[in-house]
Design a protein around this ligand. Structure first.
Ligand SMILES: [Zn+2]
Length: 320
């Protein structure tokens, strides 16, 4: 049996495409891992490293208050978000040149398997936990204080830990915990477990509202989300970055509508007042801000637009 040349060529092409198909099936395995979670920038003479702790799946329609599910749904659609929003948990490592300061520590094991990577990312960013001189806590919820411990021991053995006295009085009080609803008692237990080893070692030094903590870093009271919720301003050579902690949680909703609150707020009216004030200051001052739950690295500017604000994240940059 003989094949005409065009049939021979056709068979060769068919065999060729079968070989290609087999090669595609045996391609490189997908890795499904992410880049190390740190982002670094200079703020004048101060080095700032955003550290990624992980994400939490939040359901804004269920959690947001002083709004309706319908309004939240509209804003989520506008932001290309689904009903469940993968929400970043961020900490910030500030190297002033003379002090290494960590603001918030992530959740460690207190908030499930999708968070708890801050310590690994601190190391990946080139630092060691022993080098941290001071840890500043925005408030004592588990996703901010859990990382104070690693394997049951202080994760930052040489650090002084600082937070507002009002948060310590509330979250570290056994009596207050016993009066609190069952479902939030775990928050108290998480705060006590994380802070008490530092308290016992004489390494917890609370402050009251506004204070210069180290040159270039100041605390300011922004109470409402918790009784002692604090924000921290970092300044160098005329540049400023304000670390907002949990002044806001859902970027797709709470920039457009600052009055929208969240069910985790201790006092949502005060939380909304503090949020509006911080937004107005940042928009007017044109300085950088960072949020513990803004999409990583969570650093950017905001601009007033209509009755709300627009979030403008920083560009990924080289350090010069
Ligand atoms: Zn939080």
């Amino acid at each position: 049996m003989t094949f005409t040349p065009w049939i021979r060529n056709g068979i060769a092409a068919l065999v060729g495409s079968l070989v290609l198909a087999t090669a595609a099936q045996a391609g490189a395995p997908q890795l499904k891992t992410q880049a190390p979670g740190f982002y670094r920038m200079m703020l004048g003479d101060i080095e700032v490293t955003a550290l990624f702790d992980g994400t939490l799946d939040l359901q804004p329609k269920q959690l947001l208050t002083n709004t309706t599910q319908k309004d939240v749904g509209k804003l989520l659609d506008k932001g290309f978000q689904k009903d469940t929003v993968q929400t970043s948990v961020n900490g910030y490592l500030i190297n002033t040149g003379s002090k290494l300061v960590l603001v918030d520590t992530g959740a460690a094991g207190l908030f499930g398997p999708t968070a708890g990577n801050l310590l690994a990312n601190l190391k990946a960013s080139g630092y060691q936990p022993e080098q941290v001189d001071e840890v500043y806590i925005t408030h004592m919820h588990p996703d901010h204080v859990g990382g104070l411990l690693a394997d049951g021991k202080p994760a930052f053995p040489n650090a002084i830990v600082r937070a507002d006295q009002h948060d310590a009085d509330f979250w570290l009080s056994q009596a207050t915990m016993e009066k609190a609803p069952k479902e939030v008692q775990g928050f108290f237990q998480g705060a006590m477990a994380s802070l008490n080893p530092y308290v016992a070692a004489g390494k917890f030094k609370p402050f009251d509202g506004e204070a210069e903590l180290v040159p270039g870093v100041r605390s300011f009271a922004a109470r409402g989300h918790t009784p002692g919720h604090s924000i921290y301003a970092v300044e160098s050579k005329g540049q400023k970055l304000v670390l907002w902690g949990d002044l806001m949680h859902v970027a797709a909703v709470q920039f457009a509508q600052p009055q929208v609150t969240i069910s985790f707020d201790s006092d949502s009216k005060s939380a909304a007042i503090q949020r509006k004030k911080a937004y107005a200051d940042a928009a007017k001052g044109g300085f950088l801000v960072a949020g513990a739950h803004l999409p990583f690295p969570g650093i950017g500017h905001i601009r007033a637009e209509g009755r709300g604000y627009i979030w403008v994240p920083v560009d990924y940059q080289q350090i010069r």
